[in-house]
Design a protein around this ligand. Structure first.
Ligand SMILES: Nc1ncnc2c1ncn2[C@@H]1O[C@H](COP(=O)(O)OP(=O)(O)OP(=O)(O)O)[C@@H](O)[C@H]1O
Ligand SMILES: [Mg+2]
Length: 168
């Protein structure tokens, strides 16, 4: 069974159809790269997968469950996390608090500690900044934080919109 399956999905903003008839699958352990020029509809497609926009046509399933009508929190429970374009970190909260928000649906204290160690090992630039307000990080550091926060959800599927934005 695929982790994510889109079948003939279209997404519209009023009269404008931004995504037309997309069918794709993402399997366990797979990395899928979605490319296209500015305005092609990449972010729109990811917003539909994340439950922020409802498709005007077609079907999306996450781990076999149709996502129609489910909100973002329910999708996180199904194992999906989106790192949105523009990061959307919480600037007045600390770096540590932003990372903790990624784990807020989890109750496995040991796993959370393990993942925090993993994130700070993979993204060591965050470590000396844990107590700082996230808004004071550089653009690339904020991108690392957004990715780190997504890793803290321990999702089975993470979608990153513009993964390399601002990174060295
Ligand atoms: N909130 C919105 N309301 C109306 N139209 C929108 C909205 N967001 C995007 N669009 C339109 O939908 C189309 C696809 O935009 P989208 O942001 O999905 O493209 P993209 O592939 O992510 O581009 P980029 O590479 O620039 O991030 C564009 O024509 C855009 O103008
Ligand atoms: Mg985009």
């Amino acid at each position: 069974m695929s982790l994510l399956a889109l079948s003939d999905v279209s997404v519209s903003y009023g009269p404008l159809t931004a995504v037309r008839n997309v069918t794709l699958e993402v399997g366990q352990g797979e990395i899928v790269f979605l490319a296209g020029p500015n305005g092609a509809g990449k972010s729109t497609l990811l917003r539909a997968v994340a439950g922020v926009l409802a498709p005007s046509q077609g079907k999306i399933t996450l781990a076999g469950t149709p996502t129609a009508g489910l909100r973002s929190e329910a999708l996180v429970r199904l194992g999906f996390t989106l790192v949105p374009e523009g990061r959307e970190i919480f600037g007045s909260l600390s770096v540590a608090e932003n990372l903790a928000i990624g784990a807020y649906l989890r109750r496995d204290r040991d796993g959370i500690d393990e993942d925090m160690d993993f994130v700070l090992t993979e993204l060591p630039a965050l470590k000396p900044r844990l107590r700082d307000p996230a808004g004071l990080l550089s653009g690339g550091q904020q991108q690392m934080l957004a990715i780190g926060r997504a890793l803290m959800t321990r999702a089975s599927l993470i979608a990153i919109d513009e993964p390399s934005l601002g990174l060295a």
